[in-house]
Design a protein around this ligand. Structure first.
Ligand SMILES: [Fe+2]
Length: 363
């Protein structure tokens, strides 16, 4: 087996206050990275700044990270943190902010970095310490060594590097209360996608499969509440958050499969939210695995005690209606990206670009 997790994970209601001394130990100057609204609406930013004031920690806030962050914005945030002479960075937000903060922590220590060098992962100095505080439940980015950014050509492209691990990942399910409903559903279904894509993955091992199975057990009943638009309790939110962390731990070991890499295209081109874009293909993954590796698939559904068709129906019930129509030409133009693609190759079994073509046509 292969497994590595250097991030200290702290979750639960009121967790930031309980462990506020963490910030005091990291230094006297903090650079906070967030988006225009999520940090403030969730209450996380105010809680954090109160702690800084209590300890006399100087801070500056960069709130210009948008969804699917560009490399340029990550570089800007990192150089600003360097100008500010920050001792550490705190990212407060959803997956986009957390991913951007990871790259910014590298740039803060290496302000000369350009987009090209970031993608080549060539830097001299270790990043400054990073703390991540999640305000959505689904991305799992708090605990991964991946930063997904949008490059100068508008393509979502990730870097994977041990330097991107946060020192601390804080998760307070209370911070997820303020999420708009479509974001709550999209992020929850992203977590499900991570758990499944990690299980049906050539890199899966007994540790990652344990994460996947426990995550699906926690999350699946809550998806029904989301589909029925029911009020969530603290326990529900905690279960969804924990499942999201388990999904992050799972994909951090295995990577994702074809659903995520195809999903990127639908976010870039049709602006679908990340979770919805990836979940368009989750049922295709389940069918593909059931057809090609029935024993492995059955083992999974027995472990989580869920009927496959029922799961497919639940996923469908959470997806928004879309009016996307792919022409033959568009599908043809898409295929080169998936010919020698790591996520396609990760798919449990031997998936090829011909399978991708079939899946896109069927969709
Ligand atoms: Fe995802």
């Amino acid at each position: 087996m292969k497994h590595y997790m250097p991030t200290r994970i702290l979750t639960g209601i009121g967790i930031l206050q309980k462990h506020k001394d963490v910030f005091n130990k990291l230094g006297k100057r903090a650079y906070v990275i967030t988006s225009r609204s999520s940090g403030r609406l969730s209450g996380a930013l105010d809680d954090l700044l109160d702690i800084f004031k209590e300890y006399g920690i100087g801070y500056a806030v960069f709130d210009q990270i948008s969804q699917n962050p560009t490399v340029v914005s990550c570089i800007e945030a990192g150089r600003n943190a360097n100008d500010f002479e920050a001792d550490f960075i705190v990212g407060v937000g959803g997956g986009s902010v957390l991913d951007a903060s990871k790259t910014a922590a590298v740039v803060a220590a290496n302000p000369e970095l350009t987009e090209e060098l970031i993608y080549r992962q060539t830097w001299d100095s270790k990043p400054i310490p990073l703390v991540l505080i999640g305000t959505t439940a689904g991305t799992g980015s708090e605990v991964t060594y991946v930063s997904v950014m949008t490059n100068k050509d508008g393509i979502k492209k990730s870097i994977h590097n041990d330097d991107l691990y946060a020192r601390y990942a804080f998760g307070d399910p209370d911070y997820t209360v303020s999420m708009p409903e479509h974001v709550r559903i999209s992020t929850a279904i992203d977590a499900l996608a991570h758990l499944l894509e990690s299980y049906f993955n050539n890199n899966a091992n007994d540790i990652s499969r344990a994460y996947s199975i426990q995550g699906v057990r926690l999350l699946y009943p809550k998806l029904k509440l989301l589909a029925d638009r029911q009020e969530l309790t603290d326990e529900d939110r905690e279960a969804i958050y924990d499942a999201s962390i388990l999904g992050g731990l799972a994909i951090n070991t295995t990577g994702t499969v074809f659903c995520h890499t195809l999903g990127y295209y639908f976010t870039e081109r049709y602006h679908l939210l990340h979770g919805f874009a990836c979940a368009l293909f989750t049922n295709e993954l389940l069918d593909y695995e059931y057809e090609n590796h029935p024993e492995y698939a059955r083992e999974f559904f027995e472990a989580v005690q869920i009927d496959k068709e029922e799961m497919k129906e639940r996923i469908r019930s959470l997806l928004p209606e879309t009016k996307i129509h792919l022409s033959e030409e568009e599908i043809k133009a898409m295929l080169p990206r998936y010919t020698d693609n790591g996520s396609v190759k990760n798919t449990y079994g031997t998936m090829t670009v011909d399978d991708i073509e079939r899946i896109l046509k069927r969709l």
